[in-house]
Ligand binder design. Structure first.
Ligand SMILES: [Zn+2]
Length: 486
């Protein structure tokens, strides 16, 4: 057997001010054929798992290029087309192949392309023809368009959010692919449109129980090969936005359709109950002051660079400054220009500095303070699970008992080590203000006396009922109260 694999992935927040081109992929991951490292990034596990699987089977794995860019705004049209065509040419050169196993994300949007993955998969199908297996791993924060479903045989989606299972799901993907290529099964994909959009953290109920149910059904139900939820991605203004339920069966479309519908309607019945409680900046600061001891973690949950925002909002910081509160550490505010100025001034310098809130509306105003530059670190990084996440050249500045880390590579606040990397002991501060929606929880909960989820300003389109979409469908909940009444 000859199997082709490649990866092309990013998550596009179409409302983000951070437009990207090929440099964003080169900064995160861009590997030519055979040059992908041994450890996978989020969307490239089909390549590393494929190496193991094909070695075991004695099959030939032909690797194409692999790229991943951290979430941001629209991709330049020429960048998408160049990266797509690079892989298509590699596939053409690899023919004949028996299967194509891809690492995608599913929420890419490029200038001129609302559905890049649909375009990519359709072109792949045209090259290999109708009888070659085409499958991909997806992130649940994606758009399951009709074009993608038509072009691919099946998709396997991360079940967990945070996405701790991306390698396990790549194993599922390959397991189904291997059994298919050996002629043991005939996967058929059934999709149910849940007619909703929501955010579904699996670290808490009710989504924890729902996902556990999927694992159990995959084990117990005859003919069921894989069950996935496409959460949907509300920051991608595309026509087919929304939550979808996928069931893959062994040639039992009727059963798959019935199961996808039953599970999809179960999700719909729980709409609006999945997210954590959120407070505004005033209530967040009140609660932090009232806490008997620290560190209280305030998560600026919607200004999360991991969701494609700039990460430079100042709404909560301005509230803290306005109320004269000290013993605060802020990690981080993205401002490469302010970092350059601090670098020029040098450690120990005292300067008038303007920083933050320069990228997008509804994120507060730039902060003007007379600051001390305490520490400068080139290529700073924080821990992220077993690996490291870079946040670029960074400056620790302070004023009025408030410490702020300014960074130059956008990164969400994964881990308290972002403070220690700059010389700040996070446990010694009463209040830690960070930027992350969900991924921070595991590591910060170990040091926090309390965690406050704060929705401040409007850095991210997190209320779909009122988000000014231009392209997204409006016939789903919560844009309409009852999407089934038609
Ligand atoms: Zn995701």
């Amino acid at each position: 057997m000859r199997v082709f694999t490649a990866a092309l992935a990013t998550e596009t927040n179409t409302f983000s001010p951070i437009a990207i081109d090929k440099r964003a992929f080169e900064a995160s991951l861009y590997a030519k054929p055979g040059e992908h490292p041994a450890t996978p990034t989020l969307c490239t596990a089909p390549i590393t798992v494929g190496r193991e699987v094909c070695a075991q089977q004695g099959w030939t794995l032909i690797e194409g290029s692999a790229s991943w860019a951290d979430p941001a705004g629209l991709i330049a049209r020429s960048t998408y087309e160049e990266m797509r065509d690079e892989i298509l040419e590699q596939l053409q050169a690899a023919l004949p192949v028996d299967g194509v196993v891809l690492g995608l994300h599913g929420a890419m949007v490029a200038q001129g392309y609302d559905d890049p993955e649909g375009d990519f998969l359709t072109r792949i199908r045209a090259i290999v023809g109708p009888d070659v297996l085409v499958c991909a791993e997806l992130d649940p924060h994606s758009h399951l368009t009709a074009k993608r479903v038509a072009a691919a045989d099946f998709f396997v989606v991360f079940k967990e959010f945070p996405h701790i299972d991306f390698v396990d799901r790549a194993r599922d993907l390959w397991s189904i692919a291997v059994r298919t290529l050996k002629g043991e099964i005939k996967p058929v994909m059934s999709v149910f449109d849940c007619r909703m959009i929501d955010v579904f953290p699996t670290s808490k109920e009710p989504m924890r129980g729902f996902v556990n149910q999927l694992y159990a059904l995959e084990k117990s139900e005859p003919d069921v090969l894989s069950l996935s939820v496409i959460h949907g991605f509300m920051a991608g203004d595309v026509p087919e936005l929304g939550t979808k339920m996928i069931a893959i069966t062994d040639d039992n479309a009727a059963k798959g359709a019935a199961l996808a519908e039953r599970l999809g309607r179960e999700l719909f019945a729980m709409r609006g109950t999945f997210m954590v409680a959120q407070v505004d900046e005033k209530a967040a600061v009140d609660a932090a002051i009232a806490a008997p001891d620290g560190p209280v973690v305030i998560a600026d949950m919607w200004d999360n660079p991991g969701g494609g925002t700039a990460g430079d909002a100042t709404v909560i910081l301005a509230e803290l400054i306005g109320r004269g509160i000290s013993d605060v550490a802020v990690g981080t505010i993205w401002d490469p220009i302010a970092v350059q100025i601090c670098m020029a001034a040098g450690e120990g310098a005292e300067i008038a500095l303007r920083f933050g809130a320069k990228s997008a509306p509804h994120t507060g105003s730039p902060i003007d303070q007379f600051v001390r530059v305490n520490r400068l670190v080139r290529d700073a990084q924080m821990r992220f699970g077993e690996s490291y996440a870079p946040f670029g050249d960074a400056a620790w500045i302070s004023f009025n008992g408030i410490d702020v880390i300014l960074n130059s590579t956008r990164a969400q606040s994964f881990d308290p080590s972002l403070f220690s990397a700059m010389g700040i002991d996070p446990k010694s501060r009463k209040i830690l203000l960070i930027k992350s929606t969900n991924h921070f929880y595991d590591s910060f909960s170990r040091i926090a006396s309390e965690i406050i989820y704060c929705a401040a300003g409007k850095p991210y389109p997190n209320t779909p009922a009122t988000t000014p979409y231009r392209k997204a469908r409006r016939d789903i909940w919560p844009m309409v109260e009852d999407p089934w009444a038609r």
